[in-house]
Write a protein that binds this ligand. Structure first.
Ligand code: GDP
Length: 299
């Protein structure tokens, strides 16, 4: 989702010399394969969007994979970017790097000030390591490697697998299927009280392009909208957009995860960047994209 959004953004800005690889073409966990790729292609600018990602169940179930895959991907790419003299690299992390009970909104300086949320601790540790790799390669070798931490994302090419996905694509699929099958209700996980912030992938790509052009400091930058909703409000919004008329059934056997993770985006706003797609409009667009690509997304 993020890689394709960044590619669309760069193409719309007129860039033609883009080097991309799908995960089946290049296994970024493989040190030798990544070294060969960098030696051969010699990229000048690197957007490191590749990661093993997923929703609350996937993070909590595949804990070893979320830690190992992400550590390998980041270490291999960041190290080879240094070895081959990449001019600038942008590493993308996540809002789950912050302590579970950090004050809200989350300021960049709250990193490593408390315990992490248990359901995604391995993923968060890997992403914190990515930040530290960028900082360390900058301080020891003078590399211009920057990091940005996006909030929860959604948009074209999202993962719609109900066990592995994040909440927003899961709700789009569930309400859509319930509507066409005339089901009386839809199961929604947890209590509905956690709050989450959502950013459209095209806005994220725009912010990444902006940072690649204008930002070269050591400290990482939050990317979000600065606004959040409860899961209950989100579910009502998706239900209304899709036109499902049945009930919501809250399954409190499923975890809520962290109570809130709202980004403080004042650093990004003070640089002159702000998102453009509001949540309601973004959900409408994403539902249209889902309908157009349902066969691809739901196999
Ligand atoms: P998180 O932001 O890391 O907690 O990941 P998710 O996007 O997977 O979940 C966010 C919140 O939405 C949690 O409180 C979930 O329990 C809740 N949620 C409600 N229904 C669903 C669902 O169908 N799928 C997912 N992934 N989360 C859901």
């Amino acid at each position: 989702m993020v890689g394709s959004a960044i590619t669309r953004k760069l193409q719309s800005e007129g860039y033609t010399n883009l080097i991309t690889r799908t995960s089946s073409e290049l296994d970024l966990r493989n040190q030798a394969a990544v070294a060969d790729f960098f030696a051969e292609e010699q990229p000048e600018y690197v957007f490191l969007a590749a990661a093993k990602v997923g929703g609350i169940m996937a993070n909590n179930t595949y804990r070893a994979e979320f830690l190992y895959d992400n550590l390998m991907i980041e270490s291999n790419i960041i190290h080879q970017a240094y070895v081959t003299g990449v001019k600038k690299l942008l590493f993308l992390g996540s809002s789950c790097i912050y302590p579970k009970l950090a004050p809200q909104p989350l300021k960049e300086e709250y990193l490593l000030s408390g315990f992490l949320e248990a359901t995604n601790e391995p993923y968060a540790i890997a992403k914190i390591t990515g930040i530290k790799l960028c900082e360390s390669y900058r301080s020891q070798y003078g590399c211009n490697f920057i990091s940005a931490m996006p909030t929860n994302l959604y948009g074209p090419n999202d993962n719609y697998d109900l066990q592995g996905s994040h909440v927003l694509p899961a709700l789009i699929r569930k309400f859509h299927e319930a509507k066409i099958n005339d089901q009386p209700s839809v199961e929604v996980w947890g209590t509905g009280s956690p709050r989450r912030e959502f950013l459209h992938a095209d806005d994220l790509a725009d912010a990444c392009f902006y940072l690649m052009q204008h930002y070269s400091d050591e400290s990482f930058v939050n990317i979000g909208t600065g606004e959040d909703v409860t899961i209950r409000e989100l579910a009502e919004l998706v239900k209304e957009t899709i036109g499902f008329e049945g009930e919501l059934r809250w399954n409190t056997e499923k975890p809520d995860g962290t109570p809130r993770k709202l980004m403080d985006v004042s650093r990004l706003h003070s640089m002159g960047w702000k998102h453009t797609t509001e949540l309601k409009e973004g959900i409408e667009q994403t539902y249209q994209d889902f309908l157009a690509n349902e066969v691809l997304y739901v196999e």
